[in-house]
Design a binder for this molecule. Structure first.
Ligand code: SF4
Length: 320
């Protein structure tokens, strides 16, 4: 089993001369054979974290490990020999393919880069396209002639070419209609089951994450505020932010939902330039108390496998 593990990741950018704390002290791991959902609103830092975990962006602090091998160092340099182990699938497949190259050539590029000959790469590309449910004739077509769903499958085939242990999928179904989305999610579930691949699935949609993830991490303004097994977090979301996200899922009955204990999520997330004092969720939290404005909560364990960063997380059990 291979585990990709981000430790103590911080990442800030500058906007109008001021630092934007996109990722603000995050630990996260995903192992082969499991699907971990990373969920949160747009701008919460989840895509930045995902890019750091595949070595496409550098952390300001922290490291990324593959088992006991350092993959991304604190100075941001990446261990090139490990790059093939972790592959990224982007949100927009049309933007991730060169429009002048055939799909087959793009899918085969990682193989050619690894020294595989032309014939061998072609044979492998055909196998990969078949594995993701595509007709191999599409190998000779340009990306613009494929549908979004077909091209996302081709993107997944390209990501599989180096035989990675871990796939990081950044909003891979965000722009797709319901039936195509279901097909891509089923494909990812098949890859996990049949190839034992680990998947970090990044999404703003807790409903999608709930459907496929074994574990979930909820991110708000650069921090993980709740994490645990998908089943436990869904059964009793303890953080008010998680409850608000979960309440937006139209299906599923739970005791906490039935008893009307769902806080309304007010307003837009504050800017990561001006992160609120204390609990960063307090300006939007319907149950905030005075302590929340000054005391920054840390993740605390709730057995068997949940961690929550909220001073009032115990109260969730009272209302469930
Ligand atoms: S610590 Fe306070 S403000 Fe933050 S989520 Fe919990 S109750 Fe709300």
């Amino acid at each position: 089993m291979t585990t990709l593990r981000a430790q103590g990741i911080h990442r800030a950018f500058r906007a109008s001369g001021r630092p934007v704390r996109a990722v603000d002290g995050v630990d996260l791991s995903v192992s082969s054979g499991e699907i971990v959902g990373l969920v949160g609103e747009s701008g919460c830092g989840k895509s930045t974290l995902a890019r750091i975990m595949v070595g496409l962006d550098r952390p300001d602090q922290g490291e990324v490990w593959l088992d006991d091998r350092r993959f991304v160092r604190p100075d941001g340099s990446v261990e090139r020999a490990l790059r093939h182990e972790v592959q990224l699938v982007f949100q927009d497949p049309h933007a991730s393919f060169d429009p002048r190259r055939t799909v087959g050539r793009s899918v085969g590029m990682p193989l050619r880069a690894a020294g595989v000959g032309r014939q061998g790469a072609r044979k492998r590309v055909i196998e990969l396209l078949e594995q993701v449910g595509l007709d191999p004739v599409l190998a000779d077509r340009l990306p613009s002639t494929l549908s979004g769903g077909q091209l996302q499958r081709a993107a997944i085939a390209r990501a599989l070419a180096p035989e990675p242990a871990i796939l990081v999928c950044d909003e891979p179904v965000a722009s797709m209609d319901v039936s195509v989305r279901a097909q891509i999610l089923n494909l990812l579930l098949d890859l996990r089951r049949e190839r034992g691949i680990g998947i970090l699935f990044v999404s703003h949609d807790l409903g999608v994450v709930r459907r496929i993830a074994d574990r979930v991490a909820v991110m708000y303004l650069g921090r993980i505020v709740e994490t645990g097994s998908s089943e436990a977090v869904w059964r009793l979301p303890r953080h008010p932010y998680t409850r608000s996200l979960a309440a937006s899922i139209p299906t599923g009955s739970t005791s906490w939902r039935a008893r009307g204990s769902v806080p309304r999520l007010e307003g837009e997330p504050p800017s990561a330039v001006d992160i609120p004092s204390g609990c960063r969720f307090h300006p939007r939290c319907p149950i905030a108390i005075d302590r929340c404005r000054v005391d920054d909560p840390v993740l605390r364990p709730f057995p068997p496998d949940v961690e929550v960063a909220c001073h009032l997380a115990e109260q969730a059990g009272d209302v469930a």
